[in-house]
Design a protein around this ligand. Structure first.
Ligand code: PLP
Length: 314
């Protein structure tokens, strides 16, 4: 891929954060579940799309900690939920309780999460609510720590550690981007953080990521200059036909990367972000400078429910 695009391209393998825990979410959960335990919770509640990687990672991590899990997942018709596959198969395997929500209910997810928490409290439980994607100021520390690690990684690459680097990744609920932005500032890394959104649009993420960064700066009294317009870089235009839907161009690129690199991208996040990055590079090979670190944020299990769509390409 470096040869193809004429750029020094590296991949930070956050898909290798664990076999079952694969992906970016465990970095946030490290902080969020510690907070849950500090608050003596016995049940974790969170939400997401039907094939949410965050929900699956939460369910598995909570099972390891001996905590109960309730997942609020969205689907078109809660009376006829999708068959267990990929992430939902693992959710149920580790004993997570799934509550299916309509898209309309999911639009009111903060309220729905609070109602579930209240009902658990009424039955004598101590719930801990994790927002969509684990994306809040506390969860963002996971990617601040990741930048600390990345700064060390960069020392073993050719060129100086502080050689300008563009960190590219998929943006879904904003917490990863927020953590990376804060981490780069805190570490003084000579890096540009670029998120490629797989849902919603640039304006939405300027607001969501801006709020997470600002809350973190205020809550943890970080002495950092921060401006939404200057510091948040979202490359919009690669959502395609919608969140969770991949077309033949993205799927073909997933095949190409799998065959040329032996790296498996997913159709919902990393495949779309990699496709967006490749399109931008084809348009202007210099757009990201001369060194890229693409963060592979996981998502492997999201590939399996797409087997039928993928089969004609294989
Ligand atoms: C595999 C994968 N990559 C990237 C993301 C995006 O991360 P974030 O939600 O922090 O924006 C997610 C979750 O949304 C994910 O599951």
């Amino acid at each position: 891929m470096s040869e193809k695009f004429g750029i020094d391209m590296h991949v930070k393998r956050d898909d290798l954060t664990g076999a079952d825990l694969t992906g970016n979410k465990i970095r946030k959960l490290e902080f969020l579940l510690a907070d849950g335990l500090a608050n003596r919770c016995d049940t974790v509640i969170t939400c997401g799309a039907a094939q949410s990687n965050h929900a699956r990672a939460t369910a598995i991590a909570a099972a390891r900690l001996g905590l109960g899990v309730r997942l609020l997942l969205r689907t078109r018709d809660p009376a006829n939920p999708p068959p267990l596959a990929g992430n939902t198969l693992l959710d149920r395997l580790v004993g997570a309780e799934i509550v299916w929500l309509t898209f309309e209910e999911y639009g009111r997810r903060a309220e729905m999460l609070a109602a579930e928490a209240e009902s658990l409290r009424n039955s004598g439980k101590t719930p801990y609510v994790i927002p969509e994607g684990g994306s809040n100021a506390l969860g963002a520390w996971g990617y601040v720590r990741a930048v600390e690690e990345l700064a060390l990684d960069l020392t073993i690459l050719p060129g100086a550690e502080n050689h300008p680097t563009t960190i590219i990744h998929a943006t879904g609920s904003g917490g990863t981007t927020a953590g990376l932005i804060l981490g780069v500032k805190l570490m003084g890394l000579n890096a540009r953080v670029v998120g490629i959104n797989v849902c919603n649009d640039r304006d939405y993420f300027l607001r969501v990521i801006g709020d997470i960064c600002q809350t973190a700066i205020d809550t943890y009294q970080l002495d950092l200059p921060f401006s939404r317009e200057r510091d948040i870089e979202i490359v919009d235009g690669y959502v395609g036909s919608g969140y969770g839907k991949a077309g033949s161009k993205e799927l073909s690129l997933i095949r190409e990367v799998a065959r040329s690199e032996g790296i498996i991208l997913d159709p919902v996040y990393t495949g779309k972000a990699f496709y967006g990055m490749s399109q931008e590079l084809e348009r202007n090979p210099e757009v990201f400078g001369d060194r890229i670190v693409f963060i592979h944020t996981g998502g492997l299990f999201g590939l399996f429910p797409m087997a039928e769509q993928m089969a004609p390409l294989l």
